[in-house]
Write a protein that binds this ligand. Structure first.
Ligand SMILES: C[C@H](O)[C@H](O)[C@H]1CNc2nc(N)[nH]c(=O)c2N1
Ligand SMILES: N[C@@H](Cc1ccc(O)cc1)C(=O)O
Ligand SMILES: [Fe+2]
Length: 532
């Protein structure tokens, strides 16, 4: 277990978390963010690569114990790189500047967080420096630093051209009177008007990856030492990077090995399903078999699966290059879109893999997404995530983890699995329903703060009284979240609307009344004697 904890720590150290929220306040967010999703500061990346290459060499050499503690290695400094200290906001900013002279001169509002070594004296130097760079101070707050009372923390909001802003940051960093200086997007402070996707096409900007589980970067990934696997994994990820809203999902010619892996997981799940899967899952599974989409000898294409979902619940798929940040992943659900990986797990571990793969998405998630009530529920989670705070996203994704991914529920008193991570990983499915893990009753407020790891089988699962009970509880809990506004998905325009005006609400009420009228007419017609 200590080894697992250490590996988890290493992963967190290397994890690169980016979400649409990061670009808040920056016009740069309208560009393709694919590059940002791929972005890592060179130093971090190269250090990571060199440590990992060494580990890979060792893993390939069977005489050496593959377990290496990365933390013991000193971080290597790479000469000639001056972007090592840049925050993600600063990289977004410098990318924006690089777009051309107009972008360079565009006025930028931004917030700086400063740690001042010599209290107010340093402050006047900072303000002079801002003036020198032709910047305007719009807001200023200070407070004594909580751990060192001699130092002062300051929040300074400025408005200036982007080029000057970047120069200002550089010069402040060189100043001896500052302990540190960080740029943050202005909207990251003022959460009153956060950016979030309003239309499915905005999801082109919501595909930021958590790179921690890629076989390239994760020593414990089953494909870590398999060059051929990593190349294939990359080739398929490229398709997702190039994908734009509206494109058909590219066809993948799966290899014999990949198809064999699918077949063995498929057949095992098929065998375990009647005893261990919830009835909603089994129902759709059969439909998928009848339509010849689910067969052991062929991996379903995302495009045909997407069409199947569209017909049943209006859900559709778009390809994802790997594990997405929770914020971006959940946001797509608001539009009834599921971002799905397209590569296949490593052949050596069909029973479980540390990153989502298409077997997980297809076998685990798709059946329930074709169930109308579950589909609606999934969209509600997505809607609740739009514009939510980081803390709320954390809770939302934890509950998502213990329900949609790893949930158990009772069915006539028998515990069954409905979580996708169980129905795509027969090793974990058997573990979850054995006497090894601890089972606790599902209670959203409690479940939301339960820490979890995502590389091994879970030690704790939450059991709902029934599948419906889980959806009800989750729904009530989600609607009590603190976001100060309500949103709604308009199916006619495909847009998410913020419900913030009386006129909008009146129009909506009128529409819904008309619909209710039709529904009651239908009931009356069916009740009429002539109908029978
Ligand atoms: C929301 C929650 O964190 C959840 O586990 C998400 C994270 N990102 C993902 N990304 C992909 N590609 N597929 C998934 O199933 C998930 N699951
Ligand atoms: N463990 C799952 C895949 C998975 C991995 C990580 C996740 O966050 C989600 C799903 C399987 O083997 O099928
Ligand atoms: Fe999943």
């Amino acid at each position: 277990m200590a080894a697992v904890a250490a590996a988890q720590k290493n992963r967190e150290m290397f994890a690169i978390k980016k979400s649409y929220s990061i670009e808040n306040g920056y016009p740069a967010r309208r560009r393709s963010l694919v590059d940002d999703a791929r972005f890592e500061t060179l130093v971090v990346k190269q250090t990571k690569q060199s440590v990992l290459d060494e580990a890979r060499l060792r893993a390939n050499d069977s005489s050496v114990d593959p377990e290496i503690d990365i933390e013991d290695k000193p971080a290597q400094k790479i000469d000639g790189e001056d972007d090592s200290g840049l925050t993600e906001e600063e990289v977004v900013l410098s990318n924006a500047i690089a777009e051309g002279p107009d972008a360079e001169k565009a006025l930028q509002r931004a917030a700086l967080i400063l740690r001042l070594r010599e209290g107010m004296n340093s402050l006047s130097r900072v303000l002079k420096s801002i003036e020198k760079h032709q910047g305007a101070v719009c807001h200023l707050e200070t407070r004594p630093n909580q751990s060192d009372n001699n130092q002062l923390d300051a929040l300074v909001k400025v408005e200036m051209t982007r080029v000057s802003l970047l120069q200002l940051i550089k010069s402040l960093r060189q100043s001896s009177s500052l302990e540190h200086c960080t740029l943050i997007g202005e909207d990251n402070i003022s959460a009153k008007n956060p950016w979030f996707p309003r239309h499915a096409s905005d999801l082109d900007n919501c595909n930021h990856l958590m790179t921690k589980y890629e076989p390239d970067l994760d020593m414990n990934h089953p494909g870590f030492a398999d060059k051929e696997y990593r190349a294939r994994r990359k080739e398929i990820a490229e398709i997702a990077f190039a994908y734009k809203y509206g494109d058909p999902i590219p066809y993948i010619q799966y290899t014999e090995t990949e198809t064999k892996t699918w077949g063995s997981v498929f057949n095992t799940v098929l065998e375990l399903m009647p005893k261990h899967a919830c009835s909603e899952y089994c129902r759709v599974f059969k439909m998928l078999q009848e339509e010849d989409i689910f067969t052991p000898d062929r991996i379903p294409q995302l495009e045909e699966m997407s069409n199947f979902l569209k017909r049943h619940t209006g859900f559709s798929l778009r390809p994802a290059a790997g594990l997405l940040t929770a914020r971006d992943f959940l946001a797509s659900l608001a539009f009834r879109i599921f971002q799905s990986t397209q590569y296949v797990r490593h052949k050596n571990t069909p029973y479980h893999t540390p990153e989502p793969d298409c077997i997980h998405e297809l076998l685990g998630h798709m059946p329930l997404l074709a169930d109308p009530s579950f589909a609606q529920f999934s969209q509600e989670i997505g809607l609740a995530s739009l514009g939510a705070s980081d803390a709320e996203i954390e809770k939302l994704s934890t509950v998502y983890w213990f329900t949609v991914e790893f949930g158990l529920c009772k069915e006539s008193g028998v515990v069954k699995a409905y979580g996708a991570g169980l129905l795509s990983a027969y090793g974990e499915l058997l573990h979850a329903l054995s006497d090894k893990p601890e089972l606790r009753p599902f209670e959203p407020a409690v479940t939301a703060v339960q820490p979890y790891q995502d590389q091994e089988y879970q030690p704790i699962y939450f059991v709902a009284e029934s599948f419906d009970d889980m959806k009800d509880k989750f729904r009530r809990w989600v609607s009590a979240m603190s976001r100060p506004f309500e949103v709604r998905f308009n199916p006619h325009t495909g847009r998410v609307e913020v419900l913030d005006s009386v006129e909008k609400l009146e129009t909506l009420v009128h529409q819904l009344n008309t619909e209710v009228l039709h529904l009651s007419n239908a009931i009356n017609k069916m009740k009429a004697p002539s109908y029978q």
